[in-house]
Design a protein around this ligand. Structure first.
Ligand SMILES: Cc1ncc(COP(=O)(O)O)c(C=O)c1O
Length: 412
């Protein structure tokens, strides 16, 4: 059985149902975008009301509502991020908008990104993403001047260093060297996922972002935090930028913002970066009424007292259970890393090398025999099993996910 052969026609919480009432557990919240799980009733009700009242008006008439939604997001953003843009519905164009802002602001055009990163699938977003597999069919399309530098992947350090901070953050120094020597001052911005999501749940070491921020200040580079995956509570904090004290100039959001899968995206930035004119970055469906309704309700729910605290606490339980699996199956689980509801299990062969076949086997076996939906990491080496349930998952849900994972590993 493959994912294309299973069909679902109903979803509730973290569970999906086939027309024959077979139940599956989705351990990855759709495409990591269902912050509130499937069909969260309060959000469905808000959307039903909006559907009945008004589905679309031109964005010329939605400015006030968009501003209200932005305000409700900005209320939780790092204090220096005070304004934003709500005219996108996907992360790819939100990232492009962020780069446009940087380019217009500092008059430069180069972008630095990290190897193994994923920033979307428009031509531009594909070009600045760290893995070549999505752009290799378009070898003649040149869309941007950019440099890809090594990711802060301590488990498989690209410099074979022995760990941070002793390594001197060689991966951060690569940013400095590229900007100084390869680009000769032409770098406009750097875009970084606070935790590299699709690349393999790579959590940068403490001190990395501090060094990156200093380099950006020194070389007049705009720092963009792509929080399309990490934003809206995924790490147990509304923004990972806040938790890791990244101090970005721009934050991009999508995925979880729509709560139950309604497409919605936003770009947040400091007041001096408010340089775009409306006509410079707008889409017909950008900031549509359903997206705005979903975003506003999602923000209301996720910011309720206790909601994120719950994700933080349950996230500790999830981490503990996954680490227990690592101890039990140490021959195949090389590393477990994450925070909140954003975890990855690095699957290795007997020599410790990435084992992509085994990873795929685990994912397929999970779906077929244990009705557990998992995803792998194609942007990295392809050997990380991702566990990222909806933020509404309870401790019982988490225990059930880990119990099924245990059975899957046992069967190997
Ligand atoms: C970190 C990150 N940025 C950007 C994107 C692109 O978002 P979208 O697919 O909504 O265009 C993704 C999608 O997976 C992502 O994970």
């Amino acid at each position: 059985m493959t994912t294309t052969q299973v069909q679902f026609n109903k979803g509730k919480g973290i569970r999906l149902y086939t027309p024959d009432q077979d139940e599956y557990i989705d351990a990855v919240s759709g495409t990591f975008n269902l912050a509130l799980g499937y069909s969260y009733p309060e959000l469905v009700d808000a959307l039903k009301t909006q559907l009945e009242d008004l589905i679309h008006v031109s964005s010329s008439f939605t400015g006030d509502l968009a501003q209200q939604v932005l305000d409700s997001i900005l209320a939780h953003a790092p204090a220096h991020i005070t304004t934003g843009w709500m005219r996108d519905i996907i992360g790819s164009t939100a990232n492009e908008g962020a780069v446009k802002i940087a380019n217009k602001y500092n008059g430069k055009n180069e972008v630095i990104s990290l190897s193994l990163s994923h920033h979307g699938q428009t031509l531009f977003a594909t070009a600045i993403s760290g893995n070549a597999f999505r752009r290799k069919s378009f070898p003649h399309t040149v869309v941007t001047q950019n440099g890809i530098v090594p990711a802060p992947y301590c488990y498989r350090c690209p410099f074979s260093a022995k760990g941070a901070p002793a390594c001197g953050f060689l991966c951060a120094e690569a940013i400095h060297d590229y900007a100084e020597y390869a680009a000769s001052g032409g770098v406009s911005c750097i875009i970084i996922e606070p935790i590299l999501g699709n690349g393999g749940n790579i959590v940068p070491p403490e001190g990395y972002f501090e060094r990156v921020r200093k380099i950006c200040d020194e070389l007049d580079i705009v720092l963009i935090a792509d929080e399309v995956q990490t934003g809206i509570g995924r790490t147990g904090h509304m923004f990972a930028s806040e938790y890791y004290d990244i101090k970005p100039d721009i934050i991009t959001l999508a995925k979880g913002l729509g709560g139950i899968g309604i497409p919605a995206a936003a770009i947040l930035y400091t007041s001096q970066l408010a340089v775009l004119e409306k006509f410079e970055h707008s889409y017909t469906s950008g900031g549509n009424l359903l997206s705005l309704t979903a975003s506003q309700k999602t923000m209301e729910i996720v910011s309720r007292e206790g909601f994120l605290e719950n994700v933080r606490e349950n996230g500790v339980v999830l981490g503990r259970l996954l680490n227990r699996l690592k101890e039990k199956y140490s021959d195949v689980i090389g590393d477990v890393r994450g925070i909140g509801y954003m975890w990855g299990l690095e699957i290795v062969d007997k020599d410790g090398a990435p084992d992509v076949n085994l990873t795929n086997k685990i994912i397929d076996n999970g779906l077929e025999n244990h009705h557990l939906i998992l995803r792998g990491s194609r942007y990295g080496f392809g050997n990380v099993v991702k566990v990222r349930p909806s933020l509404t998952a309870t401790v019982d849900d988490i225990e059930e996910i880990c119990a099924r994972l245990d059975k899957i590993f046992h069967e190997l």
